[in-house]
Design a protein. Structure first.
Length: 361
């Protein structure tokens, strides 16, 4: 069902720049169609006054990717940064920025002092909202992870809004993903609190009347299904949900699996979320269908890490977009490189509709 693109080769890899010379992976992705409405936005990203010959007639793909350096002197760990690249729809790089567009705070007490990780970007009416994981120091444990927000009107200059206010960050939390637009009058957010053992982790749903909060947790949607091939399995939200109309969405997420040998396998899966009966406060009325093992590590760039900071046998997605009947999947391979694949939208929906219907937890 899934077609790997670019011959399985990375569409983005580490460069010689110090902040991204080890790994480039988990990537937010937006497709900007060439149009009068997008002309100023694309021109600003490309650094030109008009499209000229730098942009194909089909528009551009904008990648905000997570990057780490091999060495980060003075810090207890190699921090993560967010870089920016603009590509053609065929993944030819048009422009790649030399400096990060989002960086960790230099204040040792800041909520993202140790890194800005795994960006997901949702277009809203008047701009773009990035949800990312801010990693801070912790007085007892090695780190503290929180779901954080940043805001931009041009995808280049970002204003940090801080950790999400409300119940969402009561425990360590990762994999925050904002839905496109309001759903039944409220902003909705997928997130994955790290409560209990990994197999206890669930993708949860939170709601708020405003991006600034307060955000209220509405409950869990689903956990990983037990798999006898692994010691333990857990899930985490992936890319921005794709709207289907009538308050239904496709979510591409990941399932992590612990091997008896101590290694891991991360697969990509798909879920159909039906929020047409959602009352805005509880997940009890949310219906879910799931298609597991949409993608598993198979190619050399997915199976083997290319850096000591990479993790072999991993697929991890933060970005997807629709184009010409396809859903494009922009994902990290072996926590080292940015790769691309696509799946037919209608084929994916048909497979999801054939899967068993289940209620939220």
């Amino acid at each position: 069902m899934v077609e790997r693109l670019n011959g399985g080769r990375p569409i983005l890899a580490p460069s010689d720049l110090w902040w991204e010379n080890s790994v480039t992976h988990n990537t937010a992705a937006l497709y900007l169609k060439r149009s009068a409405a997008n002309e100023a936005l694309i021109a600003g990203l490309l650094g030109v006054e008009g499209f000229g010959d730098l942009c194909s007639k089909d528009g551009v793909v904008v990648l905000h990717y997570r990057a780490r350096p091999r060495e980060d002197p003075g810090y207890p760990r190699s921090r993560s940064f967010v870089g920016l690249a603009v590509l053609t729809p065929e993944f030819e790089i048009l422009r790649r920025y030399d400096t990060p567009v989002l960086a960790p705070d230099e204040n040792p007490d800041a909520y993202d002092y140790l890194g800005v990780e795994d960006p997901r970007i949702t277009p809203l009416e008047d701009g773009f909202c990035m949800v990312y994981c801010g990693v801070a120091r912790h007085p007892v444990h090695d780190w503290r992870a929180q779901v954080c927000l940043a805001w931009s009107r041009d995808l280049l200059h970002w204003e940090k809004l801080g950790p999400i206010a409300g119940e969402v960050n009561a425990a360590n939390n990762k994999d925050g993903v904002l839905f496109p637009g309001k759903v039944r009058g409220r902003h909705l957010l997928l997130h994955r609190p790290m409560v209990g053992e990994p197999q206890d982790f669930a993708i949860a749903l939170a709601a708020s009347d405003a991006l600034g909060g307060p955000w209220v947790n509405c409950g869990d949607l689903f956990r990983a299904q037990p798999n006898p091939a692994f010691v333990a399995s857990w899930v985490g939200a992936g890319s921005v949900p794709i709207a289907l109309g009538e308050d239904r969405f496709v979510e591409i997420y990941h399932t992590g699996n612990r091997l008896a040998s101590g290694g891991v396998e991360y697969d990509l899966d798909a879920a159909l979320l039906d929020l047409s009966a959602f009352d805005g406060t509880s997940t009890a009325s949310v219906a879910v269908r799931r298609l597991e093992h949409l993608m598993a590590p198979e190619t050399p760039k997915e199976l083997g890490r290319t850096s000591e900071q990479g993790v072999s046998n991993v697929l991890f997605i933060c970005g997807s977009y629709e184009r010409e009947g396809w859903i494009y999947l922009i994902y990290g391979g072996a926590d080292s490189l940015v790769l691309a694949a696509r799946v037919g939208k209608e084929a994916l929906l048909a497979a999801l509709e054939r899967s068993p219907r289940e209620r939220a937890l």
